[in-house]
Write a protein that binds this ligand. Structure first.
Ligand code: GAL
Length: 401
């Protein structure tokens, strides 16, 4: 009897130990590309292959981009007679394993989209009730990333629903990054750290600087509303767990200046850097922004501390981000419609991050200032920092000892 009880106890403990997210998959914010912002459900095998080729050809892979993720619309409208998810037969005539194999052959990783409810947002089959079966299918196909949406979920509990998929993925045995997408409705930054590797913090992004576009029951948001929508979520993020400000709209009808600001801010906020533009037609300037290794290094800094807003006065925002080894990143954003002259006196400002107990210590020596978009040194903090910043543009710098 005693032995039986011990055995049961052991089984319970080991089953619980089994239920966890895959560790070590997102020590820095994930980087990649997702089909939704540009293609919606108009996706197919050739598109994935083209994007994978572009990752290599355009130096995106070398810059750190890794995941190619198919969003909603990759499935057939019905499961098969055994309840399996089926890739859309015309869009993916060779199945998903062939697509994943191609992506893997380029040294990249492959992701798919699912939904915790009964239907995806575009009306395809949801994962509800099929989580373990679907997770096995993903593993069989070679999926490395799952974006998991929240449409048609009725009264489902978010934490429980995402935990079920986490456990299903873990049980299937293939390491998968779990990207939680419930739009911040249930405050995932308060419960998702042990469940997913990233979680959306807002509703859908749209390619405007500062707008809200209503769709009846929900809205899409421009860059600045997204940046400012959530207070006090910095502490939730860090290695393995990231606030996701949504797939980027860099290259989607923004000015070059706005693209730079958007990319700078996603990097400062330690958001995942998931591109959402058509890489086959991207302009040189857009690619220059997306592959800027000095900016990416701020996003990928090993401390993983999100930026905080230091000031916003008179159409001018200043953001600061502590980096490893006592360095800092700073981004000055000109929100106005006209260029603006910056004259920043280091002696007059105390820069710090109380949450992480870090100060920019100017008393014990000066810092060199590196301009991350123009790739040049701008002197040091013993003199005022002077620059002209164009409308909706940024000056992004790194302060080094
Ligand atoms: C939304 C999600 C978008 C996209 C879309 C697909 O819920 O936020 O990023 O995945 O569904 O239908």
């Amino acid at each position: 009897m005693k032995n039986k009880t011990l055995l049961l106890l052991f089984l319970t403990i080991s089953l619980n130990a089994f239920a966890q997210k895959f560790d070590g998959l997102a020590e820095t914010p994930p980087m990649g590309w997702n089909s939704w912002n540009t293609f919606a459900t108009d996706i197919n095998e050739q598109l994935v292959k083209d994007i994978a080729d572009k990752f290599v050809e355009l130096g995106l892979r070398d810059a750190g981009y890794e995941y190619i993720v198919l969003d909603d619309g990759w499935m057939a409208m019905e499961r098969d007679e055994n309840g399996n998810l089926v890739p859309h037969p015309e869009k993916f005539p060779n199945g998903m394993k062939a697509v994943a194999d191609y992506v893997h052959s380029k040294g990249l990783k492959f992701g798919l989209y699912g939904d915790a409810g009964t239907k995806t947002c575009a009306g395809y089959p949801g994962n509800r009730g099929y989580e373990f079966q679907d997770a096995r299918k993903y593993a069989e196909w070679g999926i490395d990333f799952l974006k998991y949406d929240w449409c048609s979920t009725g009264k489902q509990n978010a934490e429980a629903s995402y935990t079920t998929m986490r456990d299903a993925l873990y049980k299937a045995g293939r390491p998968v990054v779990l990207s939680i997408c419930e739009w911040g409705d249930n405050q995932p930054w308060t419960w998702a750290q042990d469940i997913g590797h990233l979680w959306r913090v807002t509703g859908d992004i749209i390619n405007c600087w500062d707008c809200e576009v209503g769709h009846g029951t929900w809205s899409s948001w421009g860059i600045w509303p997204i940046i400012n929508m959530r207070g006090n979520i910095r502490k939730a993020a860090g290695p393995g767990q990231w606030n996701d400000y949504d797939m980027m709209e860099v290259g989607n009808d923004f000015t070059d200046a706005e693209n730079r600001s958007h990319f700078a801010m996603w990097s400062m906020l330690t958001s995942p850097l998931i591109m959402g533009n058509d890489l086959r037609t991207a302009s040189k300037e857009t690619l220059k922004t997306l592959t800027n290794k000095e900016v990416i290094a701020v996003n990928q800094d090993k401390l993983g501390i999100p930026a905080l807003r230091f000031s916003n006065a008179g159409d001018f925002e200043i953001w600061v981000k502590p980096l490893a080894d006592g360095e800092w990143a700073m981004t000055f954003v000109n929100m106005a419609d006209a260029p603006r002259n910056l004259d920043f006196d280091w002696q007059k400002h105390e820069i710090g991050d109380d949450l992480n107990n870090r100060r920019l210590d100017l008393k014990n020596g000066k810092f060199n200032i590196r301009d991350l978009y123009n790739h040049k040194d701008l002197g040091d903090t013993s003199k005022n920092l002077k620059a002209t910043i164009g409308s909706h543009d940024v000056l992004m710098v790194r302060l080094r000892k």
